[in-house]
Design a protein around this ligand. Structure first.
Ligand code: GCU
Length: 343
């Protein structure tokens, strides 16, 4: 508890420090230079950071007399939940947040957190690229202070554990599994029979190492980039979710942009999506190879059907609570028919 408070306090000092530097930098140069701050929780090797750096270069090159973009990786500005709140109030301008945690800001985001929602990667990509599907969801928090401007691929989430191989949902029984801080994920774990332990991403490594949790669930990059594969021996491809990451921006900041500036920022958002997706495929293949060869992680390929069956009630539950999602859900199903499972 005390440690948590200390962490929180140093975080606040960090933000204050960043704000002072940004202000000084902004005041020192031409009067009108505005620092644009973007926060995320990944390392500087990660596709997210590489893509945001491409955006930074574009804006600094084309609008550098008015805007200077600064990218803060590694939770330097706090956990994703902290960063969403900072973006909401305008203390920072943009951040990358997992779709999972956004559902606590708008229920509409629940839809992309549903397990086994997308039939294939192709279907997932087409759906996320369709503004008719994403538009109503991305705009749902506009009045609350932030708007989603693009999505980033975060691959497929699978279970990984310190020492118990997960071959079926029954193997999750009695295990404490870290999930993202989202009611949908907690319910998913309940349906699968494990014990959900919600926490921020930055706390997972220590929780695994100290045995507070028995495992977690994520894409392959968490094994290498975040070191989870140093502690966990088994990674099981149950493929329960494809949860996108979402770049959100402060609504007031974006509304104040001129038409010409807005067009350039939009170009930048498209660039982020494109660069991140290109980098993603390579990064995942590399992570998997490194985890197997250097960390000794065993990759398992269980029958997915019992996992799918266990999670099925969650779709109806979410749709019953939020009927406005039904037309979007139907559009998603139409894509799933066009781009079925690759197996
Ligand atoms: C992935 C995702 C992050 C998220 C993390 C998590 O790494 O890209 O946005 O924070 O999972 O499990 O919390």
């Amino acid at each position: 508890m005390e440690r948590g408070m200390l962490k929180h306090r140093s975080l606040l000092w960090g933000i204050l420090w960043v704000s002072c530097c940004a202000c000084l930098a902004g005041c020192r140069g031409a009067e009108t230079v505005r620092i644009v701050r973007i926060g995320h929780n990944q390392s500087t090797n990660h596709p997210t950071h590489i893509a945001l750096t491409a955006f930074q270069e574009l804006i600094n090159e084309r609008l550098g007399d008015r805007y200077v973009v600064e990218v803060y990786p590694n939770e330097l500005l706090g956990s994703q939940t902290d960063m969403v709140q900072l973006t909401q109030t305008g203390a920072i301008d943009f951040c990358v947040a997992s779709n999972a945690i956004l559902e606590t800001f708008s229920k509409d985001y629940e839809i992309f957190n549903l397990p086994y929602l997308f039939a294939s990667t192709a279907s997932y990509h087409h759906i996320m690229d369709d503004p008719e599907v994403t538009g109503p969801i991305f705009g749902s928090t506009k009045k609350a202070g932030f708007t989603a401007v693009t999505w980033l691929d975060a691959g497929t989430r699978n279970f990984y554990t310190i020492d118990r191989p997960i071959e079926s949902p029954a193997d999750l029984k009695g295990l404490k599994i870290r999930v993202q801080q989202s009611p949908t994920n907690i319910e998913m774990m309940r349906l699968l029979g494990g014990s959900a332990t919600p926490m921020g991403f930055g706390d997972v490594y220590t929780a695994l190492q100290s045995g507070i949790i028995d495992g977690a669930e994520n894409n392959e990059m968490a094994l290498t980039d975040n070191g989870h594969g140093d502690v966990c021996r088994y990674y099981s491809y149950d493929m329960h979710q494809m949860v996108p990451d979402i770049l959100i921006g402060n609504t007031a900041f974006m509304e104040e942009l001129s038409e010409e500036e807005r067009a350039l920022f939009e170009e930048g958002f498209r660039l982020i999506n494109q660069v991140e997706r290109e980098e993603w495929t390579m990064a995942v293949a590399e992570a998997k190879a490194r985890a197997a060869e250097e960390q000794g992680v065993h990759f398992l390929y269980p029958d997915q059907r019992p996992f799918v069956e266990a999670c099925r009630p969650l779709h109806d539950k979410v749709l019953e609570k939020n009927a406005a999602l039904l037309p979007i859900y139907e559009k998603i199903q139409a894509y799933n028919v066009r781009y079925p499972s690759e197996d």
